[in-house]
Design a protein around this ligand. Structure first.
Ligand code: FE2
Length: 672
């Protein structure tokens, strides 16, 4: 005889703006022993209200057995227009006394088929029911259709095929509140600059002081400091350790043959009685080599072809632990027209040389380190995950919070920032040159360059003083790695579990093919054979889309809203002789007023903190059924909190606090 059973469900609507809906919502449960009727989730009053959890009862004639799937449908409420619903999760309390979590965390539109998997995370080889095996296969077929690879250029990482943010699936789009805030900031900045008569102005800057008018009311302690100290040598050096591009210099134990600095040239800038050779042996000499810019295409401007620096800057870590520039050559080929500039040259010659080094550095920073190294790779990791992992996969649950908003910001930036008409197209390189720079950057990128501990060792920077990016970054790497190890070892007790997870192998293979462009020489994994390899790769991934992006992205307004500190455009060529420059030469070299404010406005939008920010390790979505995972997340959060305190205590003693890698300043994904 069949008995009537009741299954109760707690349905939670997201606590985010516009999450609720008036539409009808229906649910159907599927179990090993049968399925329920399609049931309307309707209590008295409003049901799907922002932030609310409502409980509903479904009656079935008999036990459904083990619950497998939960189907959710949303249908129009009379003739009202589309009203999306953000469903957070559904917790099903079965007659057998189990509470099964069905995470959703996505917007649902009318007519969409949403089938949720509940319970503990499952790898493909653990599936033991034909319905679930079939569902898993179908889910991946649908996802591979929804998230396709597109190629803009054969030599840069592939990306999502959508070209317009409006086409993106709702689950990967910005929230409406983020869209509105970003639009407001853009609009206000544009209006402010228009009112000041700066937007579109072709006037040349009349003095350095006038540049301060751009953001007279919008400042940070650091942006003010930069505007005051940008010309000073020790602050120039400081930025190669703790500025927006902290990964460029290497310890130098031998000069490149095409950078013929002599002992006599630099002797006056070294400790008395010392020599370049001795300081190299002590590990105090560092080099920034801008070879990547050599003969790079540049754009036409006012009837001439622009030029960028592509040379070298030599640094000395002096006894006061200040990193000082001591020699600059502005292109790779030594010649009489390519002199080596020294701190003893005229003030404007030396300043101009430093401006060209910083300009080339800023171009490489934006195109290679920031855009390609964090944004584009994050997108590759995300698209590969969306295509390769079903939502019940443990690594999907671990990684999906680290991909929040990445497809949206990248789709947006491919037009508004990086595209042929975007903000970077007005740089010295233009769109073609920036694309070539990314191609070159990817071709020299290695797996170890993405792994901070290996990167620091390879560059010989493990001992250098006052390198806060390294100090905080390595602590974060260890904290992330320890968390990732617990999670990965929980789901993959042995190497054989790794080897037989075909979805995991598909994921890394997609990344190798579409992100690293099958470059076998650079050490990127093509597959995983051990638990250790998975731990390292996922640590690298989470570090790069959180900490590394924060270190590079969040100081843009601080360091670059003051244009002279890193102009993206230099209108005059690098100097070829000494003793010819003046302040006027520098002002003519800078972008004009309109060009300056366009770049500066971008730094405002990209450094803004938005109200729906999710910080590193917050994991606001309840994705794991397993209590062990909830505990691991708690421990990770406690470790991050303790690191925040350590960094704050260190910063309290510094004239210039380094805050970019404090966990409270790091977002959980690349969203801006
Ligand atoms: Fe960014």
């Amino acid at each position: 005889m069949l008995s009537a059973l009741t299954t109760r469900r707690g349905v939670t609507t997201g606590d985010i703006k516009y999450a609720g809906t008036l539409d009808y919502i229906h649910a159907t449960l599927f179990g090993t022993e049968g399925q329920s009727e399609q049931t309307e989730l309707n209590n008295f009053g409003f049901d799907a209200v922002r932030g609310a959890t409502r409980t509903y009862t479904i009656k079935t004639a008999a036990s459904l057995g083990k619950l497998l799937l939960l189907k959710v449908e949303k249908d129009p409420f009379f003739i009202l227009p589309e009203n999306q619903w953000y469903c957070s999760k559904i917790v099903v309390a079965t007659p057998e006394g189990e509470a099964i979590l069905f995470p959703c965390y996505r917007w649902i539109t009318r007519g969409e088929l949403v089938e949720l998997r509940g319970g503990r995370a499952m790898k493909v080889f653990e599936e033991d029911h034909p319905l679930l095996t079939d569902h898993r296969k179908k889910e991946l077929i649908t996802k591979k259709d929804l998230y396709q690879w597109a190629i803009t250029d054969e030599k840069i990482p592939h990306h999502i095929h959508y070209t317009d943010i409006a086409e993106l699936p709702a689950e990967v789009q910005f929230s409406l509140s983020r869209l509105k805030e970003m639009g407001l900031i853009k609009g206000l900045t544009a209006v402010e600059l228009l009112f000041k008569g700066m937007a579109g102005s072709t006037e040349q800057w009349a003095s350095f002081e006038n540049i301060k008018d751009i953001f007279c009311c919008q400042k940070t302690p650091m942006s003010e400091y930069v505007a005051e100290h940008w010309m000073e040598d020790d602050f120039f050096g400081y930025q190669f350790l703790n500025g927006t591009n902290p990964g460029q210099i290497k310890r130098c134990s031998e000069l490149p043959p095409n950078f013929p600095v002599t002992e006599d040239m630099v002797k006056p800038f070294l400790q008395q009685g010392s020599s370049l050779k001795k300081e190299m042996e002590k590990g105090n000499i560092f080099l920034c080599d801008q070879k990547i810019m050599d003969k790079i295409p540049t754009r036409e401007y006012g009837g001439t072809t622009l030029q960028t620096a592509s040379g070298f800057c030599l640094f000395y870590m002096n006894p006061e632990n200040k990193l000082m520039p001591i020699a600059i050559q502005l292109s790779q080929q030594p010649s009489a027209q390519n002199p080596i500039f020294l701190p003893s040259d005229s003030e404007t010659d030396w300043l101009l040389a430093k401006i060209f080094v910083k300009s080339a550095d800023t171009l490489e920073y934006q195109a290679v380190c920031h855009l390609m190294g964090t944004h584009f790779l994050a997108e590759v990791f995300a698209v590969a995950a969306l295509r390769s992992f079903p939502v019940i996969h443990p690594l999907y649950k671990l990684l999906i919070p680290h991909f929040r908003y990445t497809l949206h910001i990248n789709t947006l930036s491919r037009t508004s920032i990086f595209g042929p008409e975007g903000a970077f197209s007005t740089s010295t390189l233009g769109y073609e040159g920036m694309t070539e720079l990314i191609r070159r950057g990817l071709s020299k990128m290695t797996y170890s360059s993405l792994c901070l501990p290996d990167n620091i060792t390879a560059r010989g920077l493990h001992l250098v003083a006052n390198y806060y990016y390294r100090d905080d970054g390595l602590k974060l790497w260890d904290t992330i790695s320890s968390f990732v190890r617990k999670v990965v070892e929980h789901y993959y007790p042995s190497d054989s579990d790794v080897v037989k997870d075909t979805e995991l192998q598909d994921w890394i293979n997609e990344i190798f093919t579409h992100g690293f462009l099958a470059n076998k020489l650079a050490g990127f994994p093509t597959g995983f054979n051990t638990v250790e390899e998975v731990v390292k790769f996922i640590t690298m991934l989470i570090f790069n889309v959180t900490a590394q992006h924060a270190a590079l992205n969040n100081g843009q307004f601080d360091f670059l809203s003051w244009m002279p500190n890193g102009p993206l455009l230099t209108r005059k060529p690098p100097p070829t002789t000494k003793g010819q420059s003046s302040i006027q030469t520098i002002l003519e070299t800078f972008p004009n007023v309109g060009e300056t404010v366009t770049s500066a406005a971008v730094t405002v939008v990209l450094s803004e903190k938005y109200s729906d920010v999710v910080l590193l390790g917050a994991y606001t979505d309840d994705l794991f059924q397993e209590s062990a995972l909830k505990q691991m997340i708690k421990e990770f959060q406690a470790d991050l909190l303790s690191l925040t305190d350590t960094i704050a205590a260190r910063n309290a003693k510094l004239e210039l606090p380094y805050t970019y890698l404090s966990p409270t300043e790091i977002e959980n994904s690349v969203t801006i």
